[in-house]
Design a protein around this ligand. Structure first.
Ligand code: XMP
Length: 324
């Protein structure tokens, strides 16, 4: 779908992030008055920018809930707390729901079933927190323009359903007329860190769909640790922000290896690094061999339970970007 100009979207001809922020703040204040607003803050670009905008507009009238489902990347929940609670002084409710999610997911191997459980559990945890708060009138959401105009976008994957009827809040959607790059520009102008503003796409069900089949804690840790190494080495190698999406996968398969003269029976880590514009098609990033070797060496020596590293060369189509 062709991109609409800022004029066509009713934002005027000379759009700048700074002017947009001023107008958005006025509009938010006019809409919510002295009412309380609730936001599910995942740490993704859209919800983070909405949080930063609302903190600037209404400060402590905003209540952010960050649900850690135990499937986030290494360091992510800590960054949300650091940025929003410590730097921006927001009302941030941090919920570590790892046990609740992993218990519900135990033994479940079907990918759609896993997504449904994660989506439903997320709503339940968020609703539980919302019920504890008194007098909430509004729900803020990081809806962006492509969510409205396209049915195929990344968020079409969201399987989360809606909040229960008794939590029927009025919506506040301050970035709904913006494309992603404009949302990022607003985030940057609001002072959010680059690692948040230029974050690669990350699926709602998180590392859960990269720990193939039934999720186990040890294999999930292998996904999280190998992903952290991959991201660190991509950043050092100057690929951060250049490659559209990159991550690791740990399938529920074992192969033989040898360590200290003894036979091992461990998992492989699969590296995926793709380029795309809208996730409907993707090509493979040509990672330099020395970098691939470095990542492989580090994963093999630092990640527990892993004895093999593979690089996935399959484009979309025929493969999808995620493995499930
Ligand atoms: P696929 O695997 O379908 O992925 O080629 C396309 C893009 O969508 C992301 N993705 C998801 N995002 N919830 C999300 O929010 C999901 O369940 C989900 N599944 C895939 C994927 O990371 C890629 O960017």
């Amino acid at each position: 779908m062709a991109r609409e100009t800022t004029e066509q979207r009713g934002l005027g001809k000379d759009w700048t992030a700074e002017k947009y922020i001023e107008t958005a703040i006025k509009e938010i204040k006019a809409q919510v008055g002295d009412g309380k607003v609730l936001l599910a803050l995942s740490g993704g670009v859209d919800s983070s920018v909405v949080a930063a905008l609302l903190i600037k507009a209404i400060g402590k009238q905003l209540y952010c809930v960050h649900v850690n489902h135990g499937l986030l990347r290494k360091g992510e929940p800590e960054q949300v707390v650091q940025v929003f609670k410590h730097q921006m002084d927001a009302n941030l409710i941090y919920v570590d729901a790892t046990e609740r999610f992993l218990t519900k997911l135990a033994g479940v191997s079907d990918p759609e079933q896993k997504r449904k459980i994660i989506g439903k559990e997320f709503i339940d945890v968020f609703a539980d927190e919302a019920k504890k708060l008194d007098g909430i009138k509004f729900l803020a959401q990081g809806t962006i323009y492509p969510d409205i105009t396209e049915s195929k976008g990344v968020k079409a994957h969201h399987n989360v359903g809606g909040l229960p009827k008794e939590l029927d809040f009025e919506l506040v959607e301050p970035v709904k007329m913006l494309y992603k790059d404009e949302v990022r520009a607003v985030g940057k102008a609001l002072g959010l860190p680059d690692t948040m503003v230029y974050r690669q796409p990350f699926p709602g069900p998180g590392l859960g769909v990269r720990c193939i089949g039934a999720i186990t804690r040890d294999r999930l840790e292998a996904v999280r640790e190998s992903d952290a190494i991959l991201r660190e080495e991509f950043a050092k190698g100057g690929l951060e922000g250049k490659v559209w999406q990159y991550f690791t996968i740990v399938p529920d398969v074992k192969s033989t290896g040898i360590i200290d003269g003894k036979r091992s029976w461990d998992w492989p880590v699969i590296i995926r690094a793709v380029n795309s514009t809208d996730a409907t098609a993707a090509t493979i990033e040509e990672i330099p061999y020395p970098l691939l070797h470095r990542i492989t060496d580090r994963i093999l020596s630092e990640v527990k339970g892993v004895n093999r590293v593979l690089y996935d060369l399959s484009p979309k189509p025929i493969s999808t970007i995620e493995w499930e």
